[in-house]
Design a protein around this ligand. Sequence first.
Ligand SMILES: [Zn+2]
Length: 376
Amino acid sequence: MSAIFSFQSLARCSQTKARAGVFFTPHGPVETPRFMPVGTLANVKTVTPAQLKDTGAQMVLSNTYHLHLQPGEAIVKGGGGLHKFMGWSGPMLTDSGGFQVFSLSEMRKITEEGVKFRSPHDGQIINLTPERSIEIQNALGADVIMAFDECPPYPATRQEVEAATERTYRWLERCIVAHQRSDQALFGIVQGGVYLDLRSQAAVALAKLDLPGYAIGGVSVGEPAELMAQIVQTTAPLLPPEKPRYLMGVGTYREMAIAIASGVDLFDCVIPTRWARHGTAMVQGDRWNLKNAKFREDFAPLDETCHCYACQNFSRAYISHLVRSQEILAYTLLSIHNITELIRFTQKIREAILSDRFTIEFGHWLTESGTKEQED
Ligand SMILES: [Zn+2]
């Protein structure tokens, strides 16, 4: 690993594979396990960087595909790179654009070379290849960049998934050759769909490439929760212990707790901000709709134990009023609270691992079958 990136493991859980550590990047350390908020278009929607810092955010994500379409990587680079352009001085990660491109199933064509698709902005044909994705990410300048991968849909046949997994490996080799900046860490992505043997083969093959970090991709695409848990439990332990492990697109309490028990360190998900825009608060594992009549005259904070700006200054009744009135401040306050809540969840797990109390304090997330949180 390049000297400016390193992962230090501080403690291991005696009952599970959970671990607490620190991932060092050029823009500062990331304490793991940790939830990372998503700032798709070089901003976390409705939240300023100063507010974001107060949520406890360390590493923040942004999206290569979206930034390539608008404003274009040349403008971000011209603005001093992603950190300076968006006013975030902490660590950052960009995805490769693969996931978004493969979500455009009607408008794209996949070949060994890459993916051709029509821009939803202006109809222009865009050719995204592993080399182009890395070139864009090198221009954006995040601390961690992701390999361009093929994310098969769910469900998909074994043959389709096998072909996508093998192509993802060949594309990763091209990404490694294309990558030009030593101040950016290129993470490889393990694919393999729901086929555990394909996941294992991919993890073992990627581990041999000695990359600075590894991700598990292609989960949370519609497969049942039990299958996702099996994928993570099979894949994570095969990745090198001295490197950070990132589970892409996952961020519910239960999914994170289960993945942490398998040795995963980093998570990202749009739910805290997306739910905020639906008027939903995440409170201690539960999910509240602030439009509910019971909140109209409830003058308590969202969560009395929460130190976020929203809980320290405003009542449920006030936020309920803002949500009903569709005031933008509602989405800001709920985003601040929801991001704080998910980061605090991973921070508390980290503290529990450091004192070897993970299964004592969080065991109920690993065993209970029912869950209050459901995806929208
Ligand atoms: Zn709060």
